[in-house]
Design a protein around this ligand. Structure first.
Ligand SMILES: [Zn+2]
Ligand SMILES: [Zn+2]
Length: 341
């Protein structure tokens, strides 16, 4: 039986923290569970998962549906789409069976790229290699979660760019169902169009290359470290529509503060970002999700965020200096280093 390889390239950058990453993890599991019930898919479909944030790695090497076990999705700073494409090429070179004079190789693989961000690495070179050497060897579908992905980059990569709009609670389930049905139909008849979005037009639409535009950043993610357990947390703010400050800068409101572990740094690129955000653009300040300190938004002289308790005494978990915060002084606006998303 010829295999139908399906590669998922999943954006696990920090802007995905909160609902999206969890939904994506459950979504992949749901796709596999549903495909197992389809006899054609069960015999032919093989799945691989490549995660990318600041770095890209294969977290599930190409495997049949029965043996597939849902991976933990990592989270990291940065959106290294270039590294993800390189990893995909390498996986295609090493795991796919080519057709020889004696036997038929694998069917042309399907690649689903799911992203909500803009690449932070040098992606143009990788796109060029992909276009010249690999584009005709795979069906590549780029899916933008919401409006903040860089659509022009996605259009350079593939003709098929689909926009997913997550407006109501069931929309993500619809999106996952669409992927399942497109893989399933293709496994039954290899000529079946995998890009058909008929009957999913309430959540999916084709992006028009000419109309693709540059959207405003729709979230800000800041990295802090707990001064007690010394593990990182991510503070996510989302764009508050129609609210601007005196300088007409957009304002962002607190979405949540999420504990992560030190693996976050393994998945982040180490480039120091010069992206700054001023606290007067941010609405709401969280407490620490690790230790319960009620201020997770204290800034050390080293420029990093940490949590502090009501005494204002702390040792910076980033640079180890002894700190004393004046808890009586009014909040002054300050710039903080923000994550890359
Ligand atoms: Zn803490
Ligand atoms: Zn410090």
């Amino acid at each position: 039986m010829r295999r139908l390889p399906v590669f998922f390239l999943l954006d696990c950058s920090e802007s995905m923290i909160g609902g999206n990453l969890e939904k994506l993890k459950k979504g992949i599991q749901k796709i596999v569970t549903d495909l197992r019930r389809d006899p054609h898919a069960l015999e032919t479909v093989y799945i691989s998962v490549i995660a990318f944030a600041g770095k890209a790695k294969t977290i599930v090497p190409l495997i049949d549906l029965i043996s597939f076990y849902p991976p933990m999705l990592p989270i990291g700073g940065g959106t290294s789409l270039g590294a993800a494409l390189r990893e995909l090429r390498q996986q295609m070179e090493t795991t796919l069976k080519k057709t020889t004079s004696e036997s038929k190789g694998d069917w042309k693989p399907i690649v689903y790229l799911i992203t909500d961000g803009r690449p932070t690495d040098k992606v143009h070179e990788e796109i060029k290699i992909w276009q010249e050497q690999y584009a005709n060897k795979a069906n590549f579908i780029a899916i933008s979660l919401g409006h903040s992905a860089d659509m022009s980059i996605l259009h350079q990569l593939t003709e098929t760019v689909i926009l997913f709009n997550d407006n109501s609670q069931d929309d993500f389930a619809q999106f996952i169902k669409w992927i399942t049905s497109s893989v399933s139909a293709h496994s039954q008849n290899i000529n079946q169009d995998i890009t058909s979005i008929n009957s999913y037009s309430n959540v999916l639409s084709f992006s028009d290359a000419k109309a693709s535009q540059y959207y405003d950043e729709n979230c800000v993610v800041l990295v802090g470290k707990c001064s007690n357990v010394r593990q990182p947390y991510l503070i996510k703010y989302t764009l508050a529509n129609n609210v601007t400050d005196l300088n007409h800068q957009h304002k962002y409101k607190l979405d949540g503060c999420y504990p992560v572990d030190n693996e976050y740094f393994d998945w982040s690129d180490n480039k120091n970002t010069a992206l700054l955000v001023n606290t007067n653009q941010l609405i709401g300040a969280p407490g620490c999700p690790h230790c319960g300190n009620n201020i997770a938004f204290a800034v050390c002289n080293c420029g990093n965020l940490l949590c502090i308790d009501h005494t204002g005494d702390a040792i910076c978990p980033w640079c180890e200096q002894q700190l004393q915060f004046n808890m009586d002084s009014p909040d002054e606006d300050f710039d903080v280093i923000r994550g890359k998303g």
